[in-house]
Design a binder for this molecule. Sequence first.
Ligand SMILES: [Zn+2]
Ligand SMILES: [Zn+2]
Length: 268
Amino acid sequence: MTYGFHQSIAGKLGVTGAVVKAERLGTTALQIFVKSPRSWKARKLKPAEAERFRDELSISGIAETAIHSSYLVNLGAEGDLWEKSVFSLADDLQKAALLGIDYVVVHPGSGDPQKIKEGALRAAELSPSGARLLFENVAGGGNKVGSSFEELRELIVGTSFGVCFDTCHAFAAGYPLDTEPAKVIVELNDIIGPDKLCLIHFNDSQGARGSAIDRHANLGEGQIGQALSKLLQLEDLQDKAFIMETPKESDAYNLRTFREWAGFTHSS
Ligand SMILES: [Zn+2]
Ligand SMILES: [Zn+2]
């Protein structure tokens, strides 16, 4: 099991700054954005910056890394927005290759699932990358695709894509992580296959079960509560990477709680 936080790349060290922050906390997994998540503008990544990142990563204790794609990406869109979404995702995949990052996480979007799959395949074709593309489950609402495990399976079947499982989103989509956490994971594994589950976004939820509200809470302080801790004991999840996307100001609290729940001492 590896674990850590989504870290910002703001500041003069750029992407390397995120590694430094993760290192300082003694975490072993890391997720970053490689551009502003609410803008279409791609951020330049100079070869020297990429090299510095890879060097720092190689001497760090960080074993698993992910890029989260832009929130504007909608692979289910039509026309120009679809094109922009494909190129934005291709840019993330290319940056992942340059940085030596393991995964690129994307929300499927809304619209036709076939179109979404086609968009992801197109992005992967434009940017051949060692990084694995992961579809993240979403909280649902509107005609968003990917709030159920069956929909995720449809998106990845017959491809090399994997899944990122967000606990807050699953709960908001109606999965009973508060009362039957183990059962939810059995269902997830049964439907998508254990080797397809690569990353877990480990967040509590401010919104109620089934509310479709995507608002993350500190571990144990949301509507899932202490039941969330049970996931860290499950055999099936021991080899996964856990990323917390919890409120930044509470990193110390969430890190302490995660380690307690996982039964880690400070250094493990
Ligand atoms: Zn996400
Ligand atoms: Zn997430």
